[in-house]
Design a protein around this ligand. Structure first.
Ligand code: 5GP
Length: 203
């Protein structure tokens, strides 16, 4: 496998990494494309197959593991498998894109290990675990049990931050977006846009 750059954003669930990744995808000069992961977790809300995830059954997912189809995979929560298909990165590299990932810390570090030079691994740090709890409850897409599962995992994930190339503190969204943009721009080696050209949108 060879091609463009790999940009990883990892963080505990609710840290705001998805917002940052979406924002970066809107910046044309970065030439980014989103790596759609495979997952066995149920679809949430308006999520679409092939756009947010490739949704599949646990047995289908296990078949892909057996065939060595994954660059990395993880049972992030019990019976909820997530993984990056090799074919997904190959497809986007073939289109001449830099690939951006929104994945968990273990998967992110695995990709970094496989492609050390091609990868920029960024950890997004939330203000506190309490703030995470508030954000996840506000999102209200999951049951109390699932939220607690995500919170329990957050402390373990926070401890892995020093293993990443860069840490972005998401205490203030605008600041985090600008910092992320600058980091990625430097890494992919594209010139800075003139003042006023930068697109800022918060979703
Ligand atoms: P969610 O269920 O909220 O979409 O995602 C749960 C966690 O799984 C998040 O931390 C997300 O970043 C992570 N995740 C998503 N795709 C992948 C993947 O392909 N590999 C790994 N290791 N984690 C992933």
């Amino acid at each position: 496998m060879e091609g463009g750059k790999l940009i990883i954003f990892s963080a505990p669930s609710g840290s705001g990494k998805t917002t940052i990744v979406r924002y970066l995808l809107e910046q044309p000069e970065l030439n980014l494309a989103f790596s759609v992961s495979a997952t066995s977790r149920p679809r949430r809300g308006k999520e679409k197959h092939g756009e947010h995830y490739y949704f599949m059954s646990v047995s289908e997912f296990k078949k892909h593991i057996k065939n060595d189809d994954f660059l990395e995979w993880e049972e992030v929560y019990r019976d909820n498998f997530y993984g990056t298909l090799k074919s997904e990165v190959e497809r986007l590299w073939a289109e001449g894109k830099n690939v951006i990932f929104d994945i968990d810390v273990v998967g992110g570090l695995r990709i970094k290990k496989k492609f050390p030079k091609e990868t920029l691994a960024v950890f997004v740090k939330p203000p506190s675990v309490d703030e995470l709890k508030i954000r996840l409850k506000k999102r209200s897409t999951e049951s109390e049990d699932k939220i607690n599962m995500r919170i329990a995992k957050a402390s373990v994930e926070l401890a892995t931050a020093p293993q990443f190339d860069k840490i972005i503190k998401n205490y203030d969204l605008d600041t985090a977006l600008k910092e992320a943009h600058e980091l990625v721009r430097e890494f992919v080696g594209t010139p800075r846009l003139e003042k006023g050209e930068e697109k800022v949108s918060k979703k």
